[in-house]
Design a protein around this ligand. Structure first.
Ligand code: NZQ
Ligand code: ZN
Length: 381
């Protein structure tokens, strides 16, 4: 184990009806004006919006709506939200949605209290926000684990860049599996694959053995695969959705990262693919993962073998990668670039740009060069 400091800022309310329990306990601590932030309208169709309005009214809050946060939230949307938060003198932000809404709100929270542009501050000066408008997160689609940390993933369209911006962590998160029941099946599976990816990418970062973070990561991978398979039999299996919701949170709450380096190279590539194509995050990962692992499997044979045995019940490192590829097919997730819903045609030129602009991770099984990344991407075409 390497040196680490661990503290956990988010109070979790898990289970059916936990929004009421959370609001009763938490909303007295915050001011009167609440920004209710959400996405493209799913919460209006499934009743969650009305429920939030009612609970906020019962808590005596004045509500300012901020709607239309898109999947792969943009920097412009962050600025729009921060301006509204300032104008309306918002005391508290309630993010109600999946990773996109929650991420957008984390950065709105920090940007609203800053006099400078947060991207310039973080990327130009290497400084990070120390305060933000307090916020809570109500998770309606699980997978990213975005509710459990202060890091957001934002698309800066003008810069053709998608990457991390640090904002504010929610002080509490509501994880009610019943809220996820209206998520379209393909999004449910994409989210579950994102969770699997987080655990795999964390696990493959360090080479030290017998560390507990690895054991927990493997348990999360195995549990995610088991419960995803339950959903393939019955997409409305609420127990499986509930198990996956906690897998998702566990994978990104920092516990797996204690005392170790992480890989996250597939995420870096996928984020830039997202910057160019606006593709779905979990689905971009499902396309890239097998090709990346085939490329580096020989650089971490012991770790891949263990993953193969524990998660997929096969014997060798290579068989484990094949089993992962089969699992992706079994889920009906995209396996090739042309199966992704994309804003542009995904050509070798687009992939060249992705390879040339993505972050390169220095740890993990091995540091890649840009030619190798291009080669991996071309195998996915
Ligand atoms: O916008 P609405 O209408 O709400 O519809 C959303 C959206 O179309 C829909 N949805 C959400 N809850 C629903 C629902 N539809 C019906 N019923 C419900 N209960 O689902 C669609 C996708 O939502 P989105 O939030 O975009 O999905 P996800 O949770 O996968 O988030 C993806 C974003 O998170 C980032 C990704 O890069 C991407 O931008 N990530 C954030 C991470 C973090 N902060 O820790 C880590 C991840 O690796 C990831 O990069
Ligand atoms: Zn992810």
């Amino acid at each position: 184990m390497d040196k680490f400091t661990f503290s956990y800022p988010v109070k979790v309310y898990f289970g059916e009806g936990s929004a009421r329990q959370a609001f009763d306990a938490e909303l007295d601590k915050v001011g009167k004006t609440v920004m209710l932030a959400f996405g493209g309208g799913s919460i209006k169709e499934n009743g969650i919006y009305d429920e939030m309005k009612e609970l906020l009214a019962q808590a005596g809050k004045k509500v300012v709506d901020f709607s239309g946060i898109m999947p792969n939230p943009t920097y412009a949307k962050v600025q729009e939200g921060a301006a509204l938060a300032r104008e309306s003198e918002v005391d508290f932000i309630l993010a109600v949605g999946g990773g996109s809404v929650i991420d957008c709100c984390k950065v709105i929270s920090a940007q609203a209290l800053l006099s400078e542009d947060i991207w310039d501050m973080e990327y130009g000066k290497g400084k990070f926000p120390t305060k933000g408008i307090p916020m809570g997160a109500v998770v309606t689609a699980s997978g990213t684990g975005a509710e459990m940390n202060a890091g957001a993933v934002i698309t800066y369209e003008e810069k053709k860049w998608k990457g991390p911006i640090f904002g504010t962590a929610a002080s509490f998160a509501v994880l009610d599996p019943f809220y996820t029941m209206s998520v379209p099946p393909m999004q449910v599976l994409s989210g579950a694959f994102d969770t699997l990816s987080h655990a795999m990418e964390t696990y493959l970062g360090s080479s030290d053995e017998d560390n507990v973070s690895d054991d927990v990561a493997l348990a999360i991978m195995r549990n995610t695969v088991i419960n995803t398979r339950r959903l393939l039999k019955n997409i409305n299996d609420v127990q499986a959705r509930s198990n996956l919701m906690w897998d998702s949170a566990m994978a990104e709450n920092g516990i797996l990262k204690c005392g170790r380096l992480t890989d996250f190279q597939v995420h870096q590539i996928e984020h830039q693919l997202g910057a160019y194509t606006d593709c779905n995050h979990g689905q971009g990962l499902s396309v890239i993962h097998p090709a990346y692992y085939r490329h580096i499997v020989k650089d971490a044979p012991e770790k891949f073998t263990r993953l193969a045995k524990v998660v997929f019940d096969v014997d060798t490192a290579e068989e484990g990668v094949d089993a992962l590829a089969r699992f992706i097919k079994e889920c009906g997730l995209p396996t090739k670039m042309n199966q992704l819903k994309s804003a542009v045609e995904i050509t070798p030129e687009v992939l060249r740009q992705v390879a040339d602009t993505c972050n390169i991770i220095k740890c993990g099984p091995r540091e890649l060069d840009r030619e190798e990344i291009y080669e991996i991407l071309m195998k996915c075409l």
